[in-house]
Design a protein around this ligand. Structure first.
Ligand SMILES: *Cc1c(COP(=O)(O)O)cnc(C)c1O
Ligand SMILES: [Zn+2]
Length: 409
């Protein structure tokens, strides 16, 4: 067991629970848990200079702050270690902007950070089979990284899931079970099945280990900025697990004394899927919505990590903002054209939210800002197709080519 881990604390009733036997949620009230660390112990055994000397570029360089004993034996697919790209030169008019490009994870999304830690955690608990309810990036991530780790993965998805998202899961030879029902029903079925069969659950907004994996994006941002804290980080929000993890990462670093504050966290939601934004506008009461947005990875009726998301925004003195589907698709094209980063709509929502906040005067011109780009556009090409038109073909001769050039400026 990782001696740095003290146990788990409930977000709602604040009761503490031991690491073993492992419980996903609070035994007393059923709400989600946070991992608690012995920061004094970590500080005595680990330092920024030790970290600097560590040649491991993957998220396992932060293993003292992860709720597992050992990194995976031998090698891993290198999850994490994604670049923090400066847009200063390219887009001077936007000021000091950084893009944390998490499209560059093995399966193309930030979800790999959570999966990587969950696979190791499951192995340490002696669980050979992992199960998850998801139609999107979490499922693809589990299928891919389980294939590398030679662990078994079972994905439960609603039958209505787009075929394009299911193909990679099948390619990785994960077990796919389609149910006649909604994502929420698939989620609950996974919990029931795992309880009966003793399998490990990788359901977002339920298993506390997942936000610990996701927090490594924050640890990397801080280290890449040489422990300078940016003014704000913009984060796309669906269930709220990512923003909860980013908060936790900066929180851990502040407890270690490696940074002096937490950046303001800005939750970007699609207007048609804004349960957390609405809660923040109404005394933090979360009411379910009927989610409808082109950004499928942040389309959520009832956010499963709502408490963590709200805490992240409140404690960081951040705010939330919503963007329309049209703004998201325009931002997707703009990010591709300006920065060379093809992001899926949910990730492009970050850029859309930043532009809107800038227009509304919610952020200053000179602030240092990090935009978290969470997933690759290659998994959802049909969404991107809506805003571009392919040219008509020409005859393969120079005259026709010159003619075609007239349309290009
Ligand atoms: C899952 C996901 C999100 C949203 O994360 P939550 O933890 O559900 O808030 C955003 N972008 C991408 C690409 C995702 O896969
Ligand atoms: Zn509780």
């Amino acid at each position: 067991m990782n001696q740095n881990v003290v146990g788990y604390r409930c977000l709602a009733c604040l009761r503490e629970h031991p690491s073993r036997p492992f419980q996903y949620t609070c035994g007393a009230c059923g709400h989600n848990l946070d991992v608690i660390y012995d920061y004094g112990r970590i500080r005595r055994r680990w330092s920024q200079s030790a970290l600097k000397r560590d040649p491991d570029r993957s998220l396992w360089r932060y293993r003292p702050l992860l709720p597992v004993t050992d990194p995976p034996a031998n090698v891993s697919l290198q999850v994490g270690g994604t670049p923090l790209v400066s847009l200063d030169r390219r887009a001077a008019e936007f000021g000091r902007i950084w893009i944390k490009d998490d499209t560059r994870n093995p399966s193309g999304s930030l979800k790999d950070r959570a999966t990587e830690v969950a696979l190791q955690h499951a192995a340490e608990l002696g669980k050979e089979i992992l199960i998850a309810a998801s139609t999107g990036n979490a499922a693809v991530s589990l299928a891919a990284l389980a294939a590398f780790a030679q662990q078994r993965a079972v994905i439960v998805a609603p039958a209505s899931a787009p075929e394009a998202k299911l193909i990679p899961i099948l390619q990785h030879r994960a077990e796919l079970i389609l149910v006649d029902g909604s994502y929420d029903q698939a989620f609950d079925l996974v919990l029931a099945a795992a309880q009966e069969l003793g399998w490990y659950v990788r359901n977002t907004g339920y298993n506390p280990v997942l936000s610990e994996g996701k927090k490594t994006a924050a640890l990397e941002i801080a280290e890449q900025l040489n422990w300078r804290v940016p003014a704000r980080v913009f984060i796309p929000v669906g269930d709220g697990c990512i923003i909860g993890g980013i908060y936790k990462g900066f929180h851990d670093l502040r407890e270690l004394g490696w940074v002096d504050r937490i950046p303001q966290l800005v939750a970007v939601q699609a207007r048609g899927s804004a349960a957390i934004h609405r809660a923040l506008q109404s005394e933090d009461q979360i009411e379910p919505v009927e989610a409808r947005t082109v950004a499928d990875s942040i389309a959520v009726n009832f956010p499963r990590d709502g408490l963590k998301a709200i805490r992240a925004v409140r404690r960081s003195a951040g705010f939330s903002i919503t963007v329309t589907d049209a703004e998201i698709l325009a931002a997707q094209g703009e990010l591709s054209a300006r920065a060379g980063i093809f992001a899926e709509p949910a990730a492009a929502a970050t850029w859309a939210g930043f532009l809107k906040a800038r227009r509304q005067g919610l952020v200053g011109e000179e602030e240092e800002i990090v935009l978290l780009i969470t997933g690759s556009g290659l998994k959802d090409v049909p969404a991107a197709r809506q805003t571009v038109t392919a040219p008509a073909p020409i005859s393969p001769n120079l005259d026709a080519f010159r003619e075609a050039l007239k349309g290009i400026d």
